[in-house]
Design a protein around this ligand. Structure first.
Ligand code: ADP
Length: 209
């Protein structure tokens, strides 16, 4: 069983994932996998390098052969068609790799696994999951925690939050919600509760072959 975990910036996705892992349910981070598929030697990076090799003034590869993310970001920000092309190259590979990682964790004996993704709904990755868990915090607290954790001021944190999926929309799509507006202790209690429920659900699932 795959539980998709999402939430806005600094809602507590990583903190919650660690709390589940402490109870025995591991996670795969979609952002890590998105970086993995464009590492040197990966076919997606070769395709990107081939397509943009003419952009000499702003090469998409660094001298050491790694992806120049800033250069690529500038290209796709300026042109929606290029963005779609990039997604057509990376998304299927991210999906395959995510499923491989998740299957490996399940084969290693995990009772269920978490797919942690900031863009779970926007990217369509929620379709790979059996249930979705939204980590929810009031926006004011989200802004406060972003500014405290990252090197951004309150206005920048506010702008990042405003650019993300609205809280109400995310909540409307959730199967389960974890209110992370309280203490870490309260968060851990809710994680235990959800863990019990997920274990129960997996034990009642029909065997597939
Ligand atoms: P995300 O992965 O969603 O961006 P994090 O898990 O990194 O969010 O949490 C953002 C910040 O908020 C971190 O500094 C984390 O320690 C803190 N945090 C998370 N949950 C709580 C909580 N319940 N109480 C206090 N601080 C929290």
């Amino acid at each position: 069983m795959i539980i998709g975990v999402t939430g806005g910036i600094a809602s507590g996705k990583s903190t919650v994932a660690r709390a589940f892992a402490a109870l025995g349910a591991p996670w795969v981070d979609a952002d890590d996998v998105a970086r993995e598929v464009v590492e040197p030697g990966e076919p997606a990076l070769e395709e990107i390098a081939d397509r943009y090799s003419r952009a000499k003034e702003s090469p998409v590869l660094n001298d050491d052969g790694t992806l120049n993310r800033r250069a690529l970001r500038e290209i796709v920000f300026a042109d929606p068609a290029e963005r779609r092309w990039l997604e057509s190259v990376t998304h299927p590979r991210i999906r395959t790799r995510l499923l491989e990682h998740l299957a490996r964790l399940e084969a290693e004996g995990a009772p269920y696994v978490l797919l942690v993704s900031p863009l779970l709904f926007e990217s369509g990755q929620s379709k790979m999951t059996d249930r979705t868990l939204v980590i929810d915090v009031p926006e004011a607290l989200q802004i406060e925690r972003t500014a405290a954790r990252d090197d951004v001021d309150e206005a920048q944190a506010r702008a990042i939050v405003a650019a993300q999926m609205p809280r109400a929309e995310r909540l409307a799509r959730a199967d389960d919600v974890l209110d992370n507006g309280g203490s870490e202790e309260a968060m851990r209690r809710r994680v235990s509760e959800l863990d019990r429920r997920y274990r129960q659900l997996t034990s009642h699932r029909p065997e597939t072959c």
